[in-house]
Write a protein that binds this ligand. Structure first.
Ligand SMILES: NC(=O)c1ccc[n+]([C@@H]2O[C@H](COP(=O)([O-])OP(=O)(O)OC[C@H]3O[C@@H](n4cnc5c(N)ncnc54)[C@H](OP(=O)(O)O)[C@@H]3O)[C@@H](O)[C@H]2O)c1
Length: 337
């Protein structure tokens, strides 16, 4: 057993707007004791995800907010240090909601064995984990692309967006991605094979969509909300399908901001706008994971990881993600494998 210290990031104050590093505090506590039916897990790779911003707000949501003084929540992949749970042994690689701490306890409801034959273990919280599954089910079940459709995806170089675009290419669609830098745009077009890319920070999104989508937009996979979405919707085709996956541009707002009234485009084009949370398809995760793993294996899906070394750098990385600093799936390398 290592030195009896567990470093944890806890919530010190609720952020007002963009979180600040001072809203979080790094504390040391003893490593928790493992009880019957539990695993003690050493955190190796910690996933940093935009939804964590919502957990810092005290308000009605689909998930409980982190209390003041509570450990930040999130999924990780780690190594079992001690097992008092049947079916697991010390040394096993598991995935689960360990939280922002170096050691965590998982029980039978929260510990998931990682199939290490599918790829590097970090992918179990990336392309073969929640973000990849979000892309897979959101695109295929909500956008329901048909060959020849034009699919637009925002936050297109990110953990979810990059996979959405590549699956849409596999489905023989025309794919247009929107991202926040020229480097990200050239990555999705030159490396991932998107048909066109738009830098929303330097281009007028509406006219760029018009130019990149000469046949209009059949499916929009929305990761960002706000002004970008408002610029895409006027180009919807008849019966267009919009999947609301995320609204990162609005995550720091406590009250919704006012935008143009876009429902006219939904009405006139008889479009379907559907929000989703990936948990809807929890009973089909293994199907999605197997298909994603196959596509990665045969080179049809590439993935990029943005690895930040060191547990102490988690808040900086998280705040950076909310401003677009990450390039690919954001991970904290907490410890060597
Ligand atoms: N529904 C679900 O079940 C589900 C599951 C997972 C994720 N999500 C959502 O999916 C979205 C993408 O998540 P991810 O994990 O793949 O993150 P990500 O794309 O890897 O990282 C977030 C990216 O969002 C972009 N962004 C940040 N602020 C923005 C703004 N104001 N306007 C436009 N773009 C902005 C940035 O890229 P740029 O440099 O391109 O701006 C940033 O890199 C998020 O909204 C997340 O909440 C939903």
């Amino acid at each position: 057993m290592p030195e009896n210290v567990n470093r944890q990031w806890v919530l010190k104050s609720r952020p007002d707007g963009m979180p600040k590093e001072s809203d979080l505090e790094l504390i040391e506590t003893p490593i928790p004791e493992t009880r019957h039916g539990e695993l003690l897990v050493k955190n190796l790779w910690m996933s940093i995800d935009p939804y964590m911003r919502g957990r810092l707000r005290d308000g009605p949501s689909y998930a409980e907010p982190v209390p003041i003084g509570g450990v930040l929540q999130g999924e990780s992949v780690g190594r079992v240090v001690e097992s008092k749970l049947e079916g697991f042994k010390s040394g096993d690689i598991v995935r689960g909601h360990i939280g922002w701490q170096e050691y965590g306890i998982l029980d039978v409801t929260g510990a998931h064995t990682v199939d290490t034959s599918l790829g590097p273990i970090s992918t179990s919280v990336g392309v073969l984990g929640m973000p990849g599954l979000t892309a897979y089910f959101g695109l295929l079940e909500v956008n329901r692309p048909q060959p020849g459709d034009t699919i637009v995806v925002s936050a297109a170089s990110g953990a979810v967006g990059a996979i959405v675009g590549q699956i849409a290419k596999i489905m023989s669609c025309r794919v247009v991605g929107i991202a926040g830098s020229d480097e990200k745009v050239s990555y999705i077009v030159d490396e991932l094979g998107f048909d066109a890319g738009i830098n929303y920070k330097t281009q007028d999104v509406a006219s760029a969509i018009e130019a990149a989508c000469p046949n209009g937009v059949d499916g929009y996979f929305d990761n960002v909300g706000g002004e970008i979405t408002e610029a895409v919707m006027p180009y919807f085709n008849l019966y267009a399908r919009m999947a609301i996956c995320g609204r990162i541009s609005e995550y720091n707002e406590d009250t919704p901001s006012m935008g143009p009234r876009v429902m006219r485009f939904v009405h006139a084009k008889q479009a379907v706008v559907e929000g989703f949370l990936v948990f809807r398809w929890e009973d089909r995760y293994e199907e999605g994971r197997a298909r994603l793993a196959q596509w990665v294996k045969n080179g049809q899906i590439k993935y990029l990881e943005d690895v930040v070394e060191g547990f102490e750098n988690a808040p900086k990385a998280f705040i950076g993600q909310l401003g677009g600093a990450n390039f690919g799936k954001l991970l904290i390398k907490v410890s060597d494998e």
